[in-house]
Design a protein around this ligand. Structure first.
Ligand code: NDP
Ligand code: 2IT
Length: 451
């Protein structure tokens, strides 16, 4: 087939938009990757002939199901659950479960698509998947959450397996939810196998998994700065979110001698000019995971701090920024403000937190900018290590796992350099991540032929 027969990116995206009407997040994620991949494959006939990108952007399957549960007042509630199995060319489907009212098929398809590239980048044998529900755990009792999780797993169990699909946590799914779901799987199947990661340490979980995403995002930041002969020491950081990823990113910034000025939640952000130290961070972790209360309470507890209702932290002057809450939480205007204020590096802990305009601003400014599919891969990487430990029926030490996490993040950084290093010595980490993530999956798919 001649090169002249190839579609261009706009024709390709027109097809994606037509096949996925109204799925704005999914279309956004595909465009972000396609822009780099189209450049790369332009003169590589085999990727065109096998329609690789077209196939990766069509999930292997999307499973959708009803989840019924009973609330504490005896009302029957009906939610929708999904598992998107995007691509298993290099390993079993792997990716988190999100419980949040904003969850739609589009959100889960974008997350599963990005997960495919992210998991490939880790160097571990994991395919891409994502799932979840529009269930809102906020304000629910432990018993209500348990009944929901049991009902969710009563359907999901038939689609997962240690060599098939291994879900984990994400927004609204932490240790409590994983415990309830693992218990239900075991009860239904009478099998104790590693069908979920992020499990409790007593029942097959791995040390360092809880910290891995946030720590990994900061290791990636450190790698980017080191590559430019700089470091985190003495720098100020602003962070969004106050969940698993944000609080552990903050902790690692502190370990490496930086200062954390902000954290946030869905109601607004807190700004503490004195810095959020480890003691304050421990208080926040307790507030968000045990008390399950809003971050605004921080400003009552620590009078030097202020709470900014309904706002995001991006106007606070800083050296480093880590968006760690959710998708599209940082737009082009906010990116421009960060650059104007002297921010030199952005490492995404969340998935797709920066919109397409924001990415363009960061790329044009030539700052160190890491997309989530590279910088937040530490979480799924340690999930991969949890799978290995489960298969071998052993547990590695904290030190071994910390070392492996650091090595994996360095490896991802270096894979991004391979395809993203520019002539002027700066690095386009978006391009590097997209192409490096793509090549491994694509070459496996070619080996399988047309299927
Ligand atoms: P958590 O549920 O622990 O925390 C989520 C945080 O983000 C909370 O502070 C929450 O605020 C805030 N948030 C959620 N939705 C919104 C919204 N629509 N607007 C503003 N704030 C919001 O989730 P995680 O920390 O696990 O996940 C955070 C991000 O990191 C997500 O993008 C996730 O996909 C990504 N990620 C997570 C990994 C993991 O291992 N957990 C791995 C890789 C990426 P509130 O408390 O008010 O709800
Ligand atoms: O987005 C992500 O990488 C996650 N939520 C973690 C997935 C996993 O399988 O650990």
């Amino acid at each position: 087939m001649a090169v002249a027969d190839h579609v261009d990116i706009e024709q390709f995206m027109a097809g994606v938009e037509k096949r996925n009407p109204h799925q704005t997040e999914f279309i956004q994620a595909v465009r972000e990757a396609a822009e780099d991949i189209f450049d790369y494959i332009e003169d590589k006939e085999i990727y065109h002939r096998y329609q690789i990108l077209r196939r990766i952007a069509e999930p292997d399957r999307v499973i959708s199901f009803r989840v019924c549960w009973e609330d504490d007042n005896g009302n029957i509630r009906v939610q929708r659950g999904w598992r998107v199995q995007n691509n298993n060319s290099i390993g079993p489907y792997k990716g988190g479960l999100r419980f949040h009212p904003s969850v739609t098929e589009s959100v889960l398809k974008f997350l599963a698509f990005e997960q495919t590239f992210k998991n490939s980048l880790t160097g571990l044998p994991m395919g891409g998947g994502k799932g979840g529900s529009n269930f809102n755990p906020k304000g629910k009792s432990d018993n209500e959450v348990m009944r929901f999780c049991q009902s969710f797993m009563t359907e999901l169990y038939r689609h997962v397996g240690a060599d098939i699909d291994v879900p984990a946590g994400d927004i609204g799914v932490g240790a409590r939810e994983i415990g309830y779901m693992f218990g239900q799987y075991k009860r239904i199947t009478n099998r104790f196998t590693g069908i979920l990661t992020g499990k409790g340490l007593e029942f097959g979980g791995s040390l360092v998994r809880t910290e891995a995403t946030g720590y990994g995002a900061v290791y990636f930041l450190q790698n980017m700065l080191n590559h430019r002969g700089d470091s985190i020491e003495g720098k100020s950081a602003i962070i969004s979110g106050s969940g698993n990823v944000a609080t552990h990113a903050a902790e690692k910034i502190l370990h490496l001698g930086g200062k954390v000025l902000t954290l946030s939640d869905s109601k607004g952000y807190i700004h503490d000019p004195a810095g959020i130290d480890q003691e304050k961070l421990n208080w926040i972790k307790h507030l968000k995971t045990v008390k399950r209360a809003p971050i605004s309470e921080y400003a009552d507890k620590y009078p030097g701090a202020t709470f900014h209702a309904g706002e995001r932290p991006w106007s606070v002057i800083c050296d480093l920024a880590l968006p760690c809450a959710t998708q599209n939480e940082l737009n082009g205007e906010e990116a421009a403000v960060l650059i104007k204020n002297g921010c030199i590096a952005v490492s995404e802990g969340a998935n797709m937190p920066t919109d397409l305009d924001g990415i363009r601003v960061f790329k044009d400014a030539g700052i160190c900018y890491a997309p989530g599919k590279a910088s937040n891969a530490g979480g799924v990487a340690v999930s991969g290590l949890e799978m290995s430990q489960n298969s071998a029926r052993l547990s590695w030490t904290e030190e071994e796992l910390q070392d492996q996490l650091k090595d994996i993040m360095q490896g991802i950084h270096d894979r991004c350099l391979e395809y993203g290093l520019k002539d002027d010595g700066t690095v386009d980490y978006v391009k590097g991540a997209n192409i490096a993530g793509f090549v491994k999956v694509a070459d496996a798919m070619i080996a399988f032929g047309v299927c």
